[in-house]
Write a protein that binds this ligand. Structure first.
Ligand SMILES: NC(=O)c1ccc[n+]([C@@H]2O[C@H](COP(=O)([O-])OP(=O)(O)OC[C@H]3O[C@@H](n4cnc5c(N)ncnc54)[C@H](OP(=O)(O)O)[C@@H]3O)[C@@H](O)[C@H]2O)c1
Length: 393
């Protein structure tokens, strides 16, 4: 799995132009988007006798590797994955499709091997985007997607993890993702109307059929995780975790450690807030940005929470790190079996975020940061009441 990408030593972005690290792949128009960005700076050159064969020159993986899950259901992945949701959904203006395709491919070129999407992102269009972007690289990367909602008239319309729905979503996601298998298939939210054993049993059958490789849960509580894992080993739990939302530390993380399940923190830079790019003057593009309606992103809360960002700025400034890098490095320092999936629409931010894997906290630094931030009150809930009811943590 992702063999070519495991060979490289961790390299930092400035060590990129190593012509010995080459990877070929066949594709049709795969690098069109790269050309839109910067042409040769991305190391993309068209070669060979046919119009559809390209070389990508440039770095091999510079991100370090981590393992999610254990036994037959473990996945070796890059230390950070890429959350693709924001390229289509909930994070404001949607970039040109070609730009996002190029960004996803560039992430793979930088060594990222885990790409996260879901049926409901869009809905559908984010899976289509990820499928198109990764089709030429399919054997070198892992794709995670999610089931668990009804979709009516282009909107989420309640939870649904009934067996027939899971199967239907799997079939449709496979088509949109242009693949014959889903590497990691998460239940997006626990459905109180369907016993988790039945959900796990359905995914188990999909695994037997080869359509799905591994099972995941999102925002599930400890009891649910334990029950699910008894039926079908869970490879990873994906839930919100960052310096501003640490509830997973109480029960979920110890259980995952006990059971050998991996952890994928989502919204690892708190939907952008921990990068220092959002503040009380930010105006979200409300038609496609759920932050406009979330309590934590209202001007007053963002103003009150600023001391946390200021702490990251100060900490990072002394060490040549951006606040985003400090926030991600902090996450990476928590558990060696956790793989954050920051989302971005920008190459500069992608490279910046990947650079966080190169920073190692000393024990003293970690203690200092933890003790400063633990004294701070976090203002504003992360979700609306309705969304909060759907999560078990
Ligand atoms: N399982 C679930 O229920 C669930 C829920 C939410 C999200 N997710 C997954 O987690 C992924 C990430 O979550 P998220 O988008 O909610 O939160 P996030 O990764 O914490 O934040 C993403 C936001 O931060 C900005 N950003 C990222 N890096 C930056 C940097 N270095 N400097 C400045 N701004 C930066 C991005 O803007 P730019 O585009 O401008 O960089 C974007 O608006 C999603 O793509 C999705 O795959 C899962």
């Amino acid at each position: 799995m992702a063999k070519n990408l495991k060979n490289g030593m961790p390299l930092s972005p400035q060590h990129k132009n190593n012509p010995s690290k080459r990877r070929d792949f066949l594709k049709t128009g795969a690098l069109l988007g790269s050309a839109l960005f910067a042409g040769p700076a991305f190391g993309a050159t068209k070669t060979g006798n046919t119009t559809d064969q390209y070389h990508i020159t440039g770095p091999s993986a510079f991100t370090k590797r981590r393992t999610l899950g254990s036994g037959n259901h473990s996945l070796e992945v890059s230390a950070l994955g890429l959350g693709c949701m924001g390229m289509s959904y909930h994070r404001g203006r949607v970039p040109d499709r070609k730009v996002s395709i190029a960004l996803i491919r560039q992430a793979a070129e930088e060594g990222v091997t885990l790409f996260d999407t879901a049926e409901v992102y869009g809905p559908y269009i984010n899976e289509e985007l990820v499928g198109e972007a990764l089709a030429p690289l399919r054997n070198e990367v892992l794709i995670s997607t999610k089931f668990g909602f009804n979709i009516e008239n282009g909107n989420m319309a309640g939870l649904n993890s009934r067996p027939e729905q899971i199967r239907k979503v799997a079939e449709q996601s496979l088509k949109r993702l242009k693949t014959d298998h889903i590497d990691l298939f998460y239940q997006h939210r626990v459905d109180p109307n369907v016993p988790i054993e039945e959900v796990a049993g359905t995914v188990k059958k999909l695994i037997k059929e080869g359509k799905v490789r591994n099972f995941g849960l999102s925002e599930a509580g400890a009891e649910t995780i334990r029950k699910a894992h008894a039926v079908q080993p869970v490879t990873a739990v994906q839930s919100e975790y960052s310096l501003m939302w640490k509830k997973q530390e109480a029960e979920v993380l110890p259980l995952l450690e006990e059971l050998g399940i991996g952890f994928v923190p989502y919204s690892p830079v708190c939907r952008g807030y921990l990068t220092g790019m959002l503040n009380q003057n930010t105006r979200f593009y409300a038609p496609n940005d759920n932050r406009a309606g979330l309590p934590r992103y209202q001007p007053e809360a963002m103003q009150q929470n600023w001391p946390i960002v200021a702490t990251l700025i100060d900490f990072g400034h002394l060490r040549g790190l951006t606040p985003s890098q400090v926030a991600l490095a902090w996450l990476l320092a928590q558990k060696p079996w956790s793989v954050p999936i920051p989302g971005t629409t920008k190459l500069a931010h992608l490279l910046e975020n990947l650079g966080s894997a190169d920073f190692q906290f000393t024990q003293e630094e970690l203690q200092e940061l933890n003790s400063t931030i633990s004294k701070m009150t976090i203002h504003g809930d992360r979700y609306t009441q309705e969304e909060q009811r759907r999560v078990e943590n």
